[in-house]
Structure formats: structure tokens, C-alpha cells
Design a protein around this ligand. Sequence first.
Ligand code: TEU
Length: 588
Amino acid sequence: FSSPAWWKESCIYQIYPASFYSSPSNRSGWGDVKGITSKLDYLRDLGVDIIWLSPIYKSPQVDMGYDISDYKDIDPTYGSLADVDELIAKLKDRNMKLMMDLVVNHTSDQHAWFLDSRSSKTAPKRDWYIWQPPRYDSAGKRQPPNNWAQILGEANSAWTWDEQTQEYFLSLFTPEQPDLNWTNPAVRDAVHGVLRFWLERGVCGFRMDVINLISKTEGFPDADIADSNAPYQPGHAHYANGPELHTYLQEINAKVLSHYDTITVGEMPFVHDSAEIIRVVSAERRELNMIFIFDLVDIDNIPGSFRLTQHPWTPRDLRSIVSRWQTVMQDQGGWNSVFIENHDNPRSLSRYVDDSDEFRERGAKLLALMQTTLSGTLYVYQGEELGMRNLPPSVEPSEYKDIESINFWAKSKRLYPGNEGGKLDEARVTLQRKARDHARTPVQWSGGPNAGFCAPDVTPWMCLNDDFATQNAAGQQAFSTSGELSVWQFWQRALRDRKKHKDVFVYGRFEELDSCEAVFAYRKISAKGDEAFIVVLNFSGDEVEWTVPRGVVVERWVAGNYDAWGPDKATSGRIALKAWEGLLGVVE
Ligand code: TEU
């Protein structure tokens, strides 16, 4: 059981600025900061305390702003520093806060630091990035320094050749995102300066992009061969949670964070070891408040491989992942972040439940019930509160905008031009299921032109989902005479309940109850033991029976996704669950 803190109880809402809201006078088809500011009441009404903005800094937008060319300025697409100051002030008026995305594993290749670094071998900032001479193969052909693959284009090397200075630089994500050399104290100082700049401006903290990749194994050894047909291999073992990670995180804390009242969440892909994770998030080590663990959003990846792969999974896997991390954190003194969506993953509705017209509302509410009753800091991704779903399969691979999908499709066409062995079809399905763009379509504000996302006569930068006429915020916020809550209203109520019973839902002890195949059941109990709830979730489209375990006395059901106000059901013995049904009950 953990001591209370504001950053634990807050509901954090992730905004993907390009697709959130474009203010009416904006003619670009992109969302902007002014647009965000104008929607604060919407967020406050939902129950949001903190907004986290995906990057809005100056950027060539090769990777949608995760390639930053100036950390201390705003990209004109999104507005200006003055707009951000206004946003912070308006948030403050509403008792809300702002978290920024800190992308410091790499910069853009257009950042002044890199322009200097690549200008010559003796440039003052040469050593701010990771440069290596080539290797030569037996045929005398020039090769990159090792076999690591690029993360957002796995057919390519993680190293990019620089003609001018005849060396390779490391670029784990794309060639336009060179990795900073964190072994250089001047780089770390500069990063600390970036944090201070934003904290002084009034932001409350940071989501730290791939922060676990900042320390690489010395000597850059080759990765083990995972796929002998592939030209390059996943190098995770040599850069995920590398040798100096903890030193660097503690340094950030000592030099910067400890001087402010902040919230930090580190993005930590490719790491599953609980002892290592606890090292980062246990309070006494002073590293980060919490991290994003990827097990749930990577549930359908081939283990150890890349994100754009397919791997079968069952509700049992989902259950065991959620249970494992709830338990590890409470038993070992760590702190969870509870999330199931972000801008790098398909929509949770399409992925974990059923996005058909028949079941989408049930499914979205089922996930809301789970998310709002788990211990940890809760993150909601824009549109999740509306049950937004993936783009329809009719969208062609060539229409995806994301660099990862573009590289993946180009590779697939090159390797299987004649759809050999059905492999091109398979790649198409992989994109239909997993492209990052599914989460990047504009937020559906209304059923009007452009879903109310931007001016009616402007073309949005990214196609809208074709279901916006019936699925949109205005419709879901409207009062319904049927008495049934919309997905948005369900989230609003669930977020309120989470706050009201925070001793149980945010801080309480998690205990998995006898779950069977698709049914995930757990009990949450406050530290004092004076309050407890039961949650029963049917992660299947089948009607199933589930038995309330002996020793669990359900007083009454207080909420459900078929009857928001508490279904009239048996409270002991066998209970019948409908397809995708979820229940919340008070336990004695
Ligand atoms: O993502 C890091 C990351 O490794 C994944 O989520 C990644 O997108 C996926 O595994 C690719 O297969 C972060 C950002 O969230 C992402 O948008 C950026 O592209 C990436 O870092 C580089 O900054």
C-alpha cells in the first residue's frame, strides 16, 4: 500500500495534438494548441486532471514530432510559446496541469546540435551523437558497425552513413532521428536545461520517450540472430535498460526534478523483468514515479520481435499480464501506470474486445470498468472515452501516413512483389490490425463536416474514421431519455467513482479471484480494510456462467455495462454473464 500523492490520484489524458482539435481559424487541417485550450471544459467535465501533450516542439515531422529540432520552441503548425503559456494559465484556472513529452534519446537530424556534430570530425559537438567507423566484410564492402535493425524500419540498419565525414551515426528509430550520446556530460547538462526550461514555464512534469534506451552497451556488440533471413536484428538487448540508465535517471532527479513538485512517467519498451522495473520506480531510489510497461499493448507481437507482427493471444494472457503488474507493484513497493491505449497502438476497442456495431458500446464500457478500477495512475488516450475504433479495412496501406507503416509496407512489397506465399496479404492484415495510424485519426467531435475537428472547407491532415456521423462527442454528451449512459458518460461516471473511492480503486490491494477462461474477476480492498469492491469482466462474446467464490460476499451490484446503475443479478452462487458483460459490486 502506497502513500498518497497528487500524481497518483490524477487522471491523465493524452493528447495527440495533430488530431485533437484544430481551432476554427486554422486553415492547415492540423490540430493546434489554441484548439486544445478551447476544449479544456470538455476535459474537466470528463474528469481529467492533467493533460499530457505528445510533442509540439519545432520538428520536421518525420516521426510526427518525435524528431525535435528545437526543444525550446513550438512548431508553427501547433502555435507559439505564448499559446502554451495561455494553455498553462487556463489549465490552472481549472485546477488542471500540463505534462510535456520529453524526447531526449534522440533529436531530429535538423537540430542545431546535430548539424554541428555532422559538420566535421572535429566539430565542437561531434561527440554529442554516436559516431562509428564502418566495418568491411570479406568482399571488402562497407558495412555498418553492427547488425542492429532500425526500430521503425526493420529492413534497414540502425546506423546511417554520413558521406561528408565518412562515418556512421546511430539512429535507432529512423535516419532522421540520430541518438544522443548520453555518455557525454555536456549532453546530459543540455537535457537538464531543457527540463528546467519547461518546469520554469509551469509544466508539472514529463512523459519521457523511450527513456530506457539512452544507455547503450559499450562497444556496440552485434545482436543475437533472431531471424536468419533478415538483414538486421532487433538490438534491444544492447540498448534497453543499458548499463548507465539508473545513474542517468538518478542524476536527472538530483539535479532537476528534486527541486520541483513533479510527475514523471518513463516509456520503457522491451523490458519485462520485474526486478529491473522496480529499480526504476521504487520511491527510495529516486528515479521515476512510474513507467509504461508494454506487456499489455505488445500482447499480439511475436515476442522479441517488432511491433508490426501478429501473434495469437487469449483473454487468459490479458488477465495474467494485468494481474502480474498489479501484484508486482503492490508487493514490491512500486507504482503502476494504468493504460491500454496510446498514439503507437491500435484502438483498444478493436483490439481487446469487439468493435462491431452490436458490441462496441459494451466493449468500450467493459474496458472502462477495468481501467478505472485498477491500482495506479490512470491514463486515458484521446478518443478512448468515446470508444473510437480502428480505421476500416477499406483504407489502403498506401493511405497510412505513419513512417513505421510506410517503411513496413515498402519492405513487404519489395520482398513479396507477387504476394509470394500470401505474405503481402498478411502484411496488409497486419497494418489493418496494428498500424499506429488507427489511433491518430482526428477526434470525432460531432456528426458535422470533418466531424467538427477542423473548419468544414479544410481537409484534415489524416483521414477521419467513417463512423463519425454516429460516433462522436456531441452525441455521446447529450442527455438520453433511455436512461442508458453513452460510452463518454460511462467514463465520466467511472472516473468520478474512482476518485470518490480512491482508497480502493487507486491505492487498494488487488486480488485476483477464481477467474475462468474469458472471465477476469478481482477484488479491490482499501488499506484499512473498510471498503471493498468486486469487478467481474467477461472478455468474450459468449454468454458464460461464473461462480462467486466462497468467502466473497457481494452486497449488491452497483454498476455494469448493460445496466450502468447496477444490474439486478444474483449476488452469490452461479451468475450468468452476457456477451462482454462487466460488473462492479460492493463487497462486505
Ligand atoms: O515509441 C517508442 C517505441 O519503441 C514504440 O512504442 C514504437 O512506436 C513501436 O514499438 C514501434 O514498433 C516512442 C514514441 O511513442 C513513438 O511515437 C516514436 O516514434 C518513438 O518513440 C521514437 O521517438
